[in-house]
Every structure is written in structure tokens, then in C-alpha cells.
Design a protein around this ligand. Structure first.
Ligand code: PLP
Length: 449
């Protein structure tokens, strides 16, 4: 019989021989073989256990292996494991109803996809057909997915190799006071100048050519920049004035992450289309979707919508969504995310910022926090250059290795670590993670000037 370590080695060997991984130089990666996960933790075959401050890729909002969601998937598999999209199915109908009940305004029709990128693809398609226009405006410092349109609207270096000049995408700067593109010193200035910059971009691109403006409600992977008060309402007003469809991407920020069902609630704004995925069923089965306003749904009331997916509204994924939303409602997961952010994560991270010179800024809300690591607090020079690789990225690699040594699996992007644990994380677990972060930040401090 195999020992656990031998079993792990076999998993690793087959992975290295045959699995082609995302975003990676295949020979330069060393994926950890994972034996299991529960709640806020996962573990390997050698008995190492990690507190997951990443929620996977920020999707496991209710944590791993929630028994009610696992049971619902098993039950659905026994009842009807799969079926084609053109039929009315219990799990799909119920998932659509539960999502539509929670989306803001009149976003009452749900088009299901298998994930976030497909949701963005379809939202852009809907906006183009609804307006008869082609261009899409999106923000630098954003991530919207890796399929053709989604990667083109993305505003980070992952777009560069896939940039398609004919995609009709124009990027603009959204507000980010700490690294203000507008040399602003206050949130009010940042908000006002960002809105003026968007107006100017529209004027010079031609308002009648622009189908959509797409924004993450709170940009996620790009740095968890909570928009200043008034910004999203200002974008809404601009969209209304020019007949532009306003798309909010809540793939990462939605389903409890920010301490509300959707982040749009914080800003009292209703988009025309809203994309979601990840937290909708905590990633237990792939699922995403677009929530559609009455006016856009009306465009396709008597004219066929020219888009579809074999697995749109897959019963296993939808049953997982029904169970996940049920668990979130019963267990007060959304309220818990708000509470843990306000009482433990936020204060704890600010306390660390006070003691560690490598911390330039802490920002976020709910279970959605970014820690901006810097070489120099005065100049705000990032701990590693933008898009650093190899040796240039060594300080961030050392930070991540130190966190893992202390039992914490950190989310790392560019010069930032994000604190994005399951929204169900307990107070004791959150404190355990902050203590490990304290140790890892001491390693980052060694790289400050
Ligand atoms: N939109 C946002 C805001 C995201 O964070 C992501 C993924 O991280 C996506 C879209 C793409 O989702 P997926 O990877 O499920 O295609």
C-alpha cells in the first residue's frame, strides 16, 4: 500500500507529465499536490495544512466542502445529472429566480454561462446588439477573463499577447487615489477628474460609436480599489446621457465578497447588465451568468438572441447555486463578511500597516482587502516593478514563501497581497492568518529602503 506521500508524488508526477497549466511557463512551475480541503483550510499529502487567504481564485465564498452544497450536488446528480439548455428545469429555474431576487433594479432575466469570461463575452454581445454600436470602453487596472473579447477588455498585462486591434476596445483610467492617474490629492478630486476623463474619452471616441462601458464594481485582481463616493453614479449618468449600456462585472465582487450580496449595493447604482460567476455557487461546479435589464431583455423578446452554450444553466451547477444561496441566507454569510471586515480584517491590517514599513496602503471592505507593498512609503515605489518576473520579483516571492512557511496561503499579484479568505472565516481563523501575515511582512520589510 502507498503512503500518503507516495500518493501525492504520483499525483504530482502525472500532473507534471500531462497537465498544461494556465498562465504558466510549464517547466518553471511546481504545483502543490492537494489532498483535501474543508472550510477555510486545505492540506497536502505530506500533512502540511494551509489557511486559505485566497478562497481559491476568490471563489470559495462559503469555504470548502460545505456539507449542504455537497449533498445538493449529489442529490441533483442522482435525479438529473445533465440536460440540454432549451428546456425548463427545476434547478435552473430556481437558481435564476434566486439570483434575480438579489440583483439590483430590474435585472430580472438571467443568461447562464460556465464562468466569468463567457459572461463578459455575452454581456458585450448583448450591449452591441442592443445599441447597434461596436466600441467598448473599459478600465486600465482591470481583469475580465481570458476569452477573446474578455481578454481584450481586460486592462492588465495579460491582455498584451492576445491584443486584437479590431476588438473595438478603448481603455480609460478609473479612480485609484493611492496611485492617482489624475494627480489628485483627495477622493473628491479623484472622482471628479476621473469622470471628466471618461467624458473626454467619450467625446473624442464618438458617443454614437460606443456600445458599452464595462467596469468591475470594485476592481479585484487589479488591486481592490474601492471607487470613491459618486463615481459609479457619475458613470451611470454619463451612460444614460449617451445611450451607452453600463455593464458592471461582479464576477469577483459579487455574492457576499464585499459584505453585500452585490457590491453595487454599496454605491446605490443599477447597471444595465451585470456579470457574475465564482461566488454564485462558491465554484463547486463551474457557473457564471449575465443578469439582464428589462429594456435589454425586450430587445430579444421577438428577435432571437444570437448566442448560446451547450451547458448554459447546467443542472449540477444550478443545484449548487440554489444550495449555496440558501446556505448564505440561512447562515448570514453576507452579514458575516461585512462584520469580519469591519471588526477583524480591516482593523488588523491597519494595525500591521502601522508596524511594517513595507505596507504602503491597506484598502478594502468585507472579505475583500488589498495590502499594497512598497520599497519606500514616501515615494510609494512598489516593492517590485509593475509586471516584474524572475529576480526582479524576488521580494514578493520571498514574502509568499514566508507566509506559506507560517501556514498561510497568500494571494499575490504584482506588488500586492490580497486578503480574500472565505466569507465564512471565523474570527479565530482571521486572527491566525493576520499573525502569519505579520511574520511574512517582516520578510517584505527587509526589502524596503
Ligand atoms: N471578471 C472578473 C472581475 C474576474 O475577477 C474574473 C476572474 O478572475 C473574470 C471576469 C473571469 O472569470 P473566469 O475565470 O471564470 O472566466
Amino acid at each position: 500500500p502507498q503512503t500518503p506521500s507516495q500518493a501525492g508524488a504520483a499525483v504530482k508526477a502525472a500532473d507534471r507529465a500531462h497537465v498544461f497549466h494556465s498562465w504558466s511557463a510549464q517547466e518553471l512551475i511546481d504545483p502543490l499536490a492537494v489532498a483535501g480541503a474543508e472550510g477555510s483550510y486545505f492540506w497536502d499529502y505530506d500533512g502540511n495544512r494551509y489557511l486559505d487567504f485566497t478562497s481559491g481564485l476568490v471563489f470559495a465564498n462559503i469555504g470548502y466542502q460545505h456539507p449542504k452544497v455537497v449533498a445538493a450536488i449529489q442529490e441533483q446528480a442522482g435525479k438529473l445529472a445533465t440536460f440540454a439548455p432549451a428546456f425548463a428545469l427545476e434547478a435552473r429555474s430556481e437558481a435564476a429566480r434566486l439570483v434575480a431576487e438579489r440583483t439590483p433594479g430590474d435585472l430580472d432575466k438571467i443568461f447562464f454561462t460556465n464562468g466569468g469570461a463567457e459572461a463578459v463575452e455575452n454581456a458585450v454581445r448583448m450591449a452591441r446588439l442592443h445599441t447597434g454600436r461596436h466600441k467598448v470602453l473599459s478600465a486600465y487596472r482591470s481583469y475580465h477573463g481570458a476569452t477573446s473579447t474578455a481578454i481584450n477588455v481586460t486592462g492588465d498585462p495579460r491582455r498584451w499577447p492576445s491584443d486584437n486591434g479590431s476588438a473595438g476596445v478603448v481603455h480609460f483610467w478609473a479612480p485609484f487615489l493611492y496611485r492617482s492617474p489624475f494627480h489628485a490629492e483627495t477622493e473628491e478630486q479623484e472622482c471628479q477628474r476621473a469622470l471628466q476623463h471618461l467624458e473626454d474619452t467619450i467625446a473624442f471616441e464618438g458617443p454614437a460609436t460606443i456600445a458599452a462601458i464595462i467596469l468591475e464594481t470594485v476592481p479585484g485582481t487589479a488591486g481592490i480599489m474601492v471607487p470613491p463616493p459618486g463615481y459609479l453614479a457619475g458613470v451611470r449618468e454619463i451612460c444614460d446621457r449617451y445611450g451607452i449600456v453600463f455593464v458592471l462585472d461582479e464576477v469577483m465582487a459579487g455574492f457576499g465578497r464585499t459584505g453585500t450580496w452585490f457590491a453595487a449595493e454599496h454605491f446605490d447604482v443599477v447597471p444595465d447588465l451585470m456579470t457574475f460567476a465564482k461566488g454564485v455557487n462558491s465554484g463547486y461546479v463551474p457557473l457564471g451568468g449575465v443578469a439582464i435589464s428589462g429594456a435589454i431583455a425586450e430587445t430579444f423578446a421577438r428577435r432571437p438572441y444570437p448566442g448560446g452554450l451547450t451547458y448554459s444553466g447546467h443542472p449540477l451547477a444550478c443545484a449548487a447555486a440554489v444550495a449555496t444561496i440558501g446556505v448564505m441566507a440561512e447562515e448570514g454569510v453576507v452579514e458575516h463578511a461585512a462584520h469580519i471586515g469591519a471588526t477583524v480584517l480591516g482593523p488588523g491590517l491597519h494595525e500591521l500597516a502601522g508596524r511594517h514599513p513595507s505596507v504602503g496602503e491597506v484598502r478594502g471592505l468585507g472579505a475583500f482587502w488589498a495590502v499594497e507593498l512598497v520599497r519606500d512609503r514616501e515615494t510609494r515605489e512598489p516593492l517590485v516593478p509593475y509586471n516584474a518576473a524572475g529576480d526582479a520579483n524576488a521580494p514578493m516571492a520571498a514574502f509568499a514563501a514566508a507566509a506559506k512557511k507560517h501556514g498561510l496561503w497568500p494571494f499575490v499579484n504584482m506588488n500586492r497581497t490580497h486578503v480574500v479568505p472565505p466569507c465564512t472565516i471565523s474570527e479565530a481563523e482571521a486572527k491566525e492568518g493576520l499573525a502569519a501575515l505579520d511574520e511574512a511582512l517582516s520578510v517584505a520589510d527587509e526589502h524596503t529602503v
